[in-house]
Design a protein around this ligand. Sequence first.
Ligand code: FES
Ligand SMILES: [Fe+2]
Length: 427
Amino acid sequence: MLKKEHNDLLTQTGPETPFGRMFRCYWIPALLAEELPANDCPPVRVKLLSERLIAFRDTDGRYGLMDEFCAHRGISLWFGRNEECGLRCPYHGWKYDVTGQCVDMPNEPEHSAFAKKVKLKSYPLVERGGVLWTYMGPPEQQPPLPEYEFATVPAAQTYTSKRFQECNWLQAMEGGIDSSHVSFLHRGDINTDPLFKGARGNQYNLGDLRPVFEVVESAGGLFIGARRNAEDGNYYWRITQWVMPSYTIIPPRGTHSVHGHFWIPIDDENCWAWSFDYHPTRVLTEAELTAMRAGKGIHAKVDSQYRPIANKDNDYLMDRAAQKAGKTYSGIEGFAMQDASLQESMGPVVDRSKETLVSTDSGIIMARQKLLRAIKAFTEDGVVPPGVSLEHQRVRSAAVVLPPDQPFKDAARDALIAHPGVAPASV
Ligand code: FES
Ligand SMILES: [Fe+2]
């Protein structure tokens, strides 16, 4: 349960809010590289942290992300002409380069120098791991480029998708660190989805519905350990990583790829659910890529605007017969939309003062506390929040079977660090 004041603090990320300012300390995913596929291709509208922006790729291949609206009289530059190293407003021809600088003002006297004085707000936009990342904070505090493992392995080893989610980012992110729902909501898919099936760990997941949670602080966020019974008195541990503000890595299964999410606020009532799948030591197979593109695993089938095909307007294609037969637990198909449908059903911003939390919610409780502490330290003393440091980003999830007397944080210490070229700890 959370007081209204704290709920507001954690769910509001506009430019003038405390968390909005802290969220702007991080590089965040803004677009898939495929959305700007060629030089001088059409510009793309981007809304992030409640700011309306326009992204484009110029004639020389440079990326720009700037205020969506022309400084002259507020036209959306989505209508602009992307030509000769700049985006030109179609109303009176003002032209901007990738830094937002106005470089041409053709409706002004020929020798006017006024264009030099006009600059739109702009942010860096940089490609890494098939994702275009942006940093929206003060330029003098810009950290080095992010080094999350999914974005730094060779291109053939990683795949990322995104989908529009119609609720506040925090309730989506909380689903990513809530390991307990997997045994219920996703139970129909664990043994059948091509990106999950066949792992020994699946049986422990399905066989023990009452995991014991042990949550331990990490430098950048939390290790969320969920313990289930395995054979001979041993424990099957699934250790999820949460790195501030919203990076989550799901523990792996067998030899499958490792997956996880980034949850990025669009505004306070919508977010992007970014979903990645990568393998630290091998390329993804054609069969895996085909499944990911088809919306299997944690990915979803989406339309050209990245809105899921199953969405709230069509009741997520609810299949009551499949629900009754136990084919799916909730009647919704696929991990992604099973999660999204329920998280959206909470309303755009859930009122956390009305919750009834239990022991399996300890990861969620500690994540909120850690965020609130970080916002306070950042706001009052300018303390750089956890997760900005590259070291905090070079981490992994793990799935391991351990004897009952071994604490997971010691026994799996090394498995929780991303060592390039080393296979993940997985059962
Ligand atoms: S509104 Fe853009 S040039 Fe006039
Ligand atoms: Fe889920």
